[in-house]
Design a protein around this ligand. Structure first.
Ligand SMILES: Cc1cc2nc3c(=O)[nH]c(=O)nc-3n(C[C@H](O)[C@H](O)[C@H](O)COP(=O)(O)O)c2cc1C
Length: 190
């Protein structure tokens, strides 16, 4: 009989859904702020513009986002993997992550949250909904402003050397060259 080629991954099932785009959540409340990597994030609705993310309530960022009712999502570069890892292994509760990473703080335009200047783009969001699901909260944000670095966003966003999260401290850059090859094949097939 053939050996079953599949094995049970148990509690690691969520990593079957990675690599996932790594984003940096920033929030500010009562003069405290933090930078928190979030990879469990997705678009939820185009109209109204909503995004959803899974955030553990034990994160300092949850306390700030909940208190402020607003937050921002920053898009980091692959080259910043170490800074992102630093932000994901420390808490804003006891460390100033801007100072620690050397990221430059700039002001958001429509929400009260710091933005990271060294990002490919930002989404400024208002807290729209927040519900418990197991050990995480489902945070829904309404996107009030979305901006991107002009030089990266040409006909599509394919020049963005994004930071894709695999597991723990393992990250991948996207392979945009292969995407173009695939496009060519689709054209030829027509
Ligand atoms: C690449 C990466 C992705 C992460 N994604 C999430 C996530 O989607 N949701 C979450 O609650 N925590 C996630 N974390 C963990 C938090 O970023 C981490 O606990 C962080 O230190 C919390 O910081 P804070 O206490 O300042 O909010 C992730 C960590 C890393 C390194």
């Amino acid at each position: 009989m053939d050996k079953n080629p599949f094995k049970d991954v148990g509690g690691n099932w969520m990593f079957l859904l990675h690599p996932a785009l790594t984003t940096l959540l920033t929030a500010c409340f009562e003069k405290r702020e933090t930078i928190t990597p979030v990879a469990w994030l997705m678009p939820l609705s185009g109209q109204p513009p909503l995004l959803a993310m899974a955030l553990k309530p034990t994160r300092f960022s949850y306390r700030l986002l909940k208190g402020a009712g607003q937050f921002a999502i920053n898009l980091p570069f692959f080259a910043d993997a170490e800074k992102v890892w630093e932000c994901g292994t420390t808490s804003g509760k006891d460390t100033d992550k801007f100072q620690r990473t050397g990221y430059t703080r700039i002001s958001a335009e429509v929400v009260n949250a710091p933005l990271i200047k060294e990002s490919a783009g930002f989404l400024e969001c208002k807290l729209f909904d927040d519900r418990p699901y197991g050990d995480h909260r489902l945070i829904v944000g309404e996107v009030l402003r979305a901006v991107v670095r002009e030089d990266l966003f040409t006909d599509s966003f394919r020049h963005y050397p994004a930071l894709l999260h695999i597991h723990k401290n393992l990250f991948l850059p996207p392979d945009w060259g292969r995407m173009n090859t695939c496009r060519e094949k689709i054209k030829q097939a027509k």
